[in-house]
Design a protein around this ligand. Structure first.
Ligand code: GLN
Length: 289
């Protein structure tokens, strides 16, 4: 028995050796290990893909190379308006967004829409950025997030050259009618003070047509845009602002509230651009126009 068991032991050892040399057992083990690693990699990949999908769904990721859509009402020069070709949207906001997107490594597409639709379009994910000389207000902040401010404005009054309407008090105390763009801060403020005497238009071109044809006596709108309209149409900009000093407004870029990663990236780009003098150049470029 002893002899036999010794033989068996030797045979077993030999078998193991042969197995090892031929790679039988080790191969199997290696294959199993490789399979396990493959499985792990697959799981990790799937998990990562799921995370990206979730992030995209929540609008959280800033994905390099992707196209991001900016919505604006392209009737607000010098911030956004159609170029002479009638198709390209140009202006301060466009230059700013091109710079931000290039810093973020993303592509920019611009869509024209009524100003009144911009906040909802951001909220529902139809567009990624609402950039339309849009004032940061508490009411809008209930529906969208805003970047840090990039421009300061206040409401101004524009009249025909022969108008008797010369001051803010004339407007408040008289019977004068005002044209505004629907949903703007000009609309909200003017309606608050003038009530029924305000006519709301979806586009500034319609408000302007109403002023030129005498349907309204003035337009209430943001200062820089009022200047541009006055210059282009031989209108007069009143010295008085609409409202008081406390009514100063700041423009911001509207983004979906869940989109915290995009908001942070945009704010970082804005801060860098401010520090590097980008906005000084932009202000100078559009002040000349
Ligand atoms: N700044 C104003 C607002 O946010 C007007 C903007 C606009 O008419 N495009 O309401």
């Amino acid at each position: 028995m002893k002899k036999y068991s010794k033989i068996i032991a030797v045979a077993a050892a030999a078998c193991l050796m042969v197995g090892a040399l031929s790679g039988c057992g080790a191969k199997e083990e290696a294959e199993q290990a490789a399979e396990a690693v493959k499985e792990e990699v697959k799981d990790a990949k799937e998990e990562a893909e799921e995370k990206v999908e979730e992030a995209v769904d929540a609008g959280k990721a800033v994905i390099a190379g992707d196209t991001y859509v900016m919505g604006c009402s392209a009737d607000f020069p010098p911030f956004e308006s159609f170029d002479d070709d009638g198709a390209t949207i140009v202006g301060y906001d466009v230059d700013m967004m091109n710079e931000i997107c290039s810093r973020l490594g993303i592509e920019l597409e611009i869509q024209d829409m009524n100003f009144d639709s911009v906040v909802t379009a951001v909220q529902t994910g139809k567009i990624d950025f609402g950039v339309s000389g849009m004032t940061i207000t508490e009411e809008r902040k209930e529906n969208v997030a805003f970047s840090d401010p990039y421009f300061e404005a206040y409401q101004a009054i524009v009249v025909m050259p022969d108008s008797e309407l010369k001051t803010y008090d004339d407007l408040v105390n008289g019977e004068y009618k005002a044209g505004v763009q629907l949903g703007t801060t000009g609309d909200i403020m003017a309606t608050d003070v003038l009530g029924e005497r305000v006519s709301q238009y979806e586009k500034y071109s319609d408000a302007l047509a109403a002023l030129l044809s005498g349907k309204v006596d003035c337009m209430v709108l943001d200062l820089n845009v009022a200047k541009a309209f006055a210059k282009a149409n031989d209108l007069v900009l009143l010295d008085d602002p609409f409202g008081g000093e406390e009514d100063i407004e700041y423009y911001g870029i509207a983004m979906a509230k869940e989109n915290t990663e995009l908001l942070e990236a945009v704010n970082k780009a804005l801060a860098d651009m401010k520090a590097e003098g980008f906005f000084d150049e932009l202000d100078a470029k559009y002040a000349e126009e």
